[in-house]
Design a protein around this ligand. Structure first.
Ligand code: SF4
Length: 295
């Protein structure tokens, strides 16, 4: 199979491209997304949320070619998994000379995720997600933006999950630029991989020796997200272009969703001071239940 653009052998199919043209296609896609949605301004102080997986390391690699970047990792405390990805992340950052910081659930909230799950019947991804978001927000203060490795597949899953759960206020906060800029307590989040598929990031990661570790967290297989992921993958296989249409349709209604579901007045959690939609944020609520049970 030949590259669509030259006589070299294609290393990627659909589009059929050789290594050089695939890298160009990939990096152009990122740059176009950044420019189209105004994700990064020239003087922005940026930090990249990294887990040590293919998405976040590939993002760090691409952004590092053009911008000053630093990395912020959260160690949730998932034995047998996170210690390996964090080691990959540290090796990668040291190889590229990128400054990084690791913050952990254990140090910050007193429990590893594995320990938290022994208390209550929390859904792992829910309790992980709220604490992870809290720490990313807390440690990205002082930066203008935090870039995340969310890709088209992730976003399609989030859109579908929130629609099915009727979480329209959460749905209104998705998109390539999330959070509400200009409000105290938020760091604007940007997703430069918004229009790239997971398989494209996997290929980019392998072709550029970024990582070949594609292991997943042990908790993902039982998650609602994994069920939605499988359904969407099947739909995409049978009806190619499904994911792109979901993203396109979502972006066309996003301005109306923001108008309708994002409140003008921002509340702050009376406990931790983070932005919240109630007096007590969902993280403090959950952690309060943990503390009550621990007594
Ligand atoms: Fe956390 Fe769930 Fe992701 Fe595992 S799969 S790191 S539990 S959000």
């Amino acid at each position: 199979m030949k590259c669509n653009n030259c006589n070299e052998k294609a290393v990627f199919s659909n589009p059929d491209l050789c290594k050089d043209h695939f890298n160009k296609y990939f990096e152009t896609n990122v740059l176009e997304t950044i420019n189209k949605f105004g994700l990064i301004n020239e003087n922005d102080k940026m930090i990249v949320a990294v887990s040590g997986g293919k998405d976040s390391l590939s993002l760090l690699y691409v952004l590092n070619k053009r911008y000053d970047v630093e990395a912020l990792a959260v160690d949730e405390g998932i034995d047998g998994y996170r210690e390996h990805t964090l080691r990959d992340m540290a090796d990668f950052c040291e190889r590229l000379g990128i400054k990084y910081k690791i913050v952990s659930f254990k140090d910050e909230i007193g429990y590893k995720l594995d320990e938290l799950l022994k208390f209550k019947k929390f859904t792992p991804c829910a309790v992980c997600g709220i604490n992870r978001r809290y720490l990313l927000n807390k440690y990205s203060k002082g930066y203008d933006i935090i870039a995340t490795g969310h890709n088209m597949d992730d976003e399609c899953q989030s859109i579908t999950m929130n629609l099915l759960r009727n979480n329209l206020d959460v749905l209104a906060r998705l998109g390539p630029k999330t959070g509400v800029s200009g409000r105290d307590g938020f760091t604007q989040r940007v997703k430069p991989f918004y229009f790239l598929k997971e398989r494209e990031i996997m290929a980019y990661s392998l072709l550029n020796n970024i990582t070949s570790n594609f292991n997943e967290c042990k908790y993902v297989r039982d998650s609602y997200r994994a069920k939605i992921r499988d359904i969407l993958n099947e739909l995409e296989f049978k009806h190619p272009g499904t994911k792109r249409k979901i993203i396109g349709n979502f972006l066309s209604i996003l301005p109306k969703l923001k108008d309708r579901f994002i409140e003008e007045e921002q509340l702050y959690c009376v406990n931790c001071g983070m932005p919240s939609s109630n007096d007590i944020c969902s993280r403090c609520n959950v952690m309060g239940q943990v503390e009550a049970e621990a007594k």
